[in-house]
Ligand binder design. Sequence first.
Ligand SMILES: *Cc1c(COP(=O)(O)O)cnc(C)c1O
Length: 363
Amino acid sequence: MKTIFYPKLTINMNHLKKNISEISNLCAKNNIAITTVIKGFNGITQVDKAFIDNNIKSIGSSRIEQLEKIKELNPSIETLLIRIPSISNLERIIKSADVSLNSEYDVVKKIDTLCKKLNIKHSVILMFDLGDLREGFFNENEFIMAAKNIENNLSNIYLKGIGTNLGCYGSIKPSIKNLTRLSSIAENIETIIGRKLEIISGGASTSLSMLKNNTMPKKINHLRIGEAILINRDLEEYWGYDFSNLYNDIFTLKAEIIEIKNKPSYPVGEIFIDAFGNRPTYTDIGIRKRAILNIGKQDFGDHTKLIPTNKNIKIIGSSSDHLIVDITDCKIDYNLGDIISFNLYYEAMLFLSRSEYVVKELI
Ligand SMILES: *Cc1c(COP(=O)(O)O)cnc(C)c1O
């Protein structure tokens, strides 16, 4: 069979390498260890290898399958399961993850029982919810009791530390106030169990903002980083921090033009619903030169998460298998078969990296 060429997701390995080392250095300077998070690109093997080859010692994912692959590539890398374990999958979890984030004592207890049966040890980072309202204990006393019980009662579990997650569901910013609270809870637990915790994990990429403005509480010594290395868009675009020493074009989508025609911008006939049952609104800006590309929602999810590298191209809309762009204002005279490139937001990377209809190419 002949190869399929487009649509294609290219991955710039030199730029990735640079981002890995810049973020590693920024964190090291602040005495912060990192776990790099590979869920955003679905653990594409060659990209995993770039992390391993660039001195990353700890890799995290929400997906067991991706951690299993890391263990196959290099068993000495520490694997961290960053989604709370499901009881039904515990055996695969403890065989592939050295560490897991947890928020239910009963689940940790089940892990301990299974570890005893299989004669292995497992480490946990107990999660506290500082207000973002996704995973984690919300009650401080319950949290401290759980930590104490893990330490004292579960002989095959090592309480490696505590952590929190911010800026996911509840859009809560990491702050001096909430991370200082995590630090003081950590100190409480240390007093109760009579030893230091190895890890106080202060969040994900968004917590890098606190390194940039030197406000990270001293006690926080670990972050779990995906976006800032892979996409590097959120902290600059939404937060206004300068990360211009990092690349934001590691993942690039390239799709092919399959139709070019001048058409009205306003649909002709009675407007009802689109292919997905939605009622979009349309603005009449006259006849426009439009190109259709050979990629669709099935591959990238939401077309507003694509950024044309040619600033004169405007994305008009999409359906499952088609992306429509306005090329009227382009200086380039596009032809059928030409390739249009897009930079990505996180969500588009997430979808595209797992679409079996999109060719992956390392450059
Ligand atoms: C996804 C995730 C991360 C990494 O988040 P980024 O924004 O990609 O840095 C860290 N921790 C948890 C619990 C996550 O689910």
